[in-house]
Design a protein around this ligand. Structure first.
Ligand code: ATP
Length: 369
């Protein structure tokens, strides 16, 4: 069992820098929570406060209902895996994993059993006699995980554990970590700036910016229902397209004007703009690249959602094609089927899936619909 409760957590560094502001989060037992956000947003600081490696300036941190603000790191029943693994180079894999337990004077037979069990889970059994320099990056990362597993902690904290690995290994280790979470049934908190890692690993994701939590949600909800412009732009790759658009209400119909194009909003979305008195105002339209369609059937079915522009770049990625073009000075991306006949220099005609359009208030940057 490990529930964590972060209530109004604040961090001010001694130099006065306010790195984390009023962070509130209830973490349930066995959750896989991801802290994600751009560099410097306060992810690591928050994780380090949970670990006890950094003082908490304000608020309370509870583990299983007990306030632990002033509890020593070693007494928090938490294990942390770092970016740079920090393995002891002169020790074998076995000894690296056993070291923490030896320090705690755990009986030898128990250490042996725990190390072997962790080695089995992590597929390290054949490498127990090797030294770290004779291991690949991925293997070293697994040893670092093993060192955490043998302690059987209530909570695993991981700070960008895959950032030193190459792209292929990262994908592999991502799957390993997912399995590990399944197998161990432990609560995990994982820091990354990589939104793909966040989306694939997390049961819930905390998106941060400038020390402030922007949204806490499941990967699917973050993707489909971002609460503001920042989250919408941060989650998803290639990122969401944004365009300034002027709202025009005609009776019960609402159009978004972008240059020459007038795009008609579906009824439910139209109602939100009417109710919010947006007629004549400039808003920000957001549309994901996969919701920009070039198929003729789609364009013919939705003539009131069409935009036209010259294709600037054609990129074939194998299973899909990215088409880049400019609309009113803003670059847009369409993610289309490789069967597309469009190429660089062609005039692209695209229909936006207006059911999938997001509309943001230009000033507050909050989602309107
Ligand atoms: P990254 O992805 O780059 O690791 P992060 O989101 O983990 O970023 P933190 O390491 O939590 O960011 O840092 C948050 C902010 O606090 C940054 O602006 C950083 O410069 C600042 N900061 C970190 N440590 C200190 C410190 N000891 N004193 C003052 N400011 C600090």
């Amino acid at each position: 069992m490990a529930n964590l409760s972060l209530k109004g957590i604040d961090k001010k560094y001694p130099n006065g820098f306010h790195a984390v502001k009023d962070f509130n989060l209830e973490i349930e037992d066995k959750e896989f929570i991801i802290f994600v956000g751009p560099s410097g947003c306060g992810k690591s600081t928050t994780l380090r406060m949970i670990a006890g490696l950094e003082d908490i300036s304000g608020g309370t941190l509870e583990i299983d209902g007990k306030v632990v603000n002033d509890v020593e790191p070693k007494d928090r029943d938490i294990a942390m895996v770092f970016q740079n693994y920090a393995l002891y180079p002169h020790m074998t894999v076995y000894d690296n994993m056993a070291f923490g337990l030896k320090l705690r004077k755990v009986p030898k037979a128990e250490i042996d059993q725990k190390v072997k069990e962790a080695a089995r889970i992590l597929d390290l059994e054949s490498l127990l006699d090797r030294k770290p320099k004779a291991l690949s990056g991925g293997q070293r990362q697994r040893v670092a995980m093993g060192r955490a597993i043998v302690r059987n902690p209530k909570v695993f904290l991981m700070d960008e554990p895959l950032s030193n690995l190459d792209a292929k290994l990262r994908v592999q280790m991502r799957i390993e970590i997912s399995k590990l979470h399944e197998n161990l049934g432990a609560t995990m908190i994982y820091v990354t700036h990589d939104q793909t890692e966040a989306m694939t690993l997390g049961t819930r994701i905390v998106v941060m910016k400038d020390g402030v939590v922007q949204q806490v949600d499941t990967p699917q909800n973050l993707y489909n229902h971002p609460q503001n412009l920042f989250v919408a732009g941060f989650i998803g790759s290639p990122h969401m397209n944004f365009q300034d658009a002027v709202v025009s209400v005609k009776g019960t119909d609402v159009f978004l004007k972008i240059g020459e194009s007038e795009l008609k909003l579906p009824v439910a979305k139209a109602k939100k703009l009417i109710d919010g008195n947006y007629d004549g105002k400039t808003v920000v339209l957001g549309i994901r690249p996969e919701d920009v369609h070039d198929e003729e059937s789609f364009i013919n079915s939705f003539p009131e959602s069409v935009i036209k522009s010259e294709i600037k770049v054609y990129e074939l990625l194998g299973a899909e094609v990215y088409l880049y073009f400019d609309v009113e000075g803003e670059q847009m991306t369409a993610r289309v089927n490789p069967r597309t006949t469009l190429r660089t220099g062609d005039t692209g005609v695209f229909a936006l899936d207006m059911e999938k359009v997001h509309v943001f208030d230009k000033e507050s940057e909050l989602t309107i619909t």
